[in-house]
Design a protein around this ligand. Sequence first.
Ligand code: HEC
Length: 95
Amino acid sequence: MVHVLLKTALLLLLGAACASTAVKERAPLDPSLPPQQRGRILYETSCNKCHALYMPSSYGAGEWPFYVRKYGRKARLSVEERDLVLSYLQANARE
Ligand code: HEC
């Protein structure tokens, strides 16, 4: 009896673990929005998973490509999405 209960608990735990690791789909971006606005949305929803957002003005336009490349993959951005994020950051970068 205890055995059966344990097994059930284990299965429930496994189920929960699977559900939580499932990749969550982002809501699709409205393609009619200007690219920089899409980039901003992507930046604000993808780059704050591990740390607070850095101000776009924290780095120069020449520095952002390095960081977007470095962290874009971690944020699970596609190449197209990375380009959008980069265009937003560069447009608002430090002078
Ligand atoms: C999976 C976690 C994770 C995600 C997602 C993430 N970052 Fe980071 N980021 C880090 C960590 C960890 C550091 C600190 C690195 C260090 O100090 O070694 C960091 C630091 C930074 C820095 C400071 C410079 C540096 O390298 O220390 C910038 C700029 C940055 N991240 C930009 C971004 C951008 C842009 C995105 C979205 C495309 C992003 N991050 C998404 C983990 C992440």
